[in-house]
Design a protein around this ligand. Sequence first.
Ligand code: ADP
Ligand code: AMP
Length: 214
Amino acid sequence: MRIIMLGAPGAGKGTQAKKIAEKYNIPHISTGDIFRANIKNETELGKKAKSYMDQGMLVPDELTISLVMDRFQEPDARNGYVLDGFPRTIPQAESLDAALKESGSQIDHAINVDVPDEAIVKRMSGRRACVNCGATYHLQYAAPKKDGVCDHCGEGLILRDDDKPETVEKRLGVYHDQTQPLIDYYAQKGVLKEVDGTRDLEEVFGQIKKILGE
Ligand code: ADP
Ligand code: AMP
């Protein structure tokens, strides 16, 4: 099964992608997580990506596309994946299409997690992320067991620099300009599915399971 998660930053793509990956036994591929791991490890890619991410801008297509194509070569991605945060532009979607065509495969579902902008800013200011393992929490809706500590690995939780309100506004603008057109792109291919992302985490997952088959 090949799945794309669409939606604004903070809509809940990562939260749902992790649940999908676990239930359907496919890898969760998050370009944001891969960039953040590179920043943490101070790689060349990380250095390049950081300057864009800190400003709420997209990392250039060239860098992002080659990163995803490399990831697809790993054995676990052979039979499917859930893509979270990729594609984010039409050229990225076209490159993905070309790669799929070459391997004789296709996207089964592009799931749009729909959340209005007003709710997004609130979601992002409450998001806390583990710098070590990438787990995500929310102070109000998905709190860790112990304040400021990751349930999975015990490391400290942070408010991502790009989740501060001024950067969130910028990211929403970028989303509307460059990523939202993908909703029509996948609708035209007949694979677009919509879920109401304003509902509780488990309810959203319930809607997704109906789409994917329990
Ligand atoms: P994205 O991957 O789309 O940027 P996340 O999955 O990281 O978004 O979710 C953003 C924040 O909102 C996180 O703090 C997460 O815990 C919280 N969240 C996700 N889905 C819901 C939901 N359905 N209701 C309330 N909070 C949610
Ligand atoms: P995310 O974790 O998906 O919210 O992504 C965090 C940041 O990483 C984004 O604001 C972008 O700067 C960058 N990024 C992640 N995925 C992509 C992508 N597909 N194309 C360009 N930039 C990306």
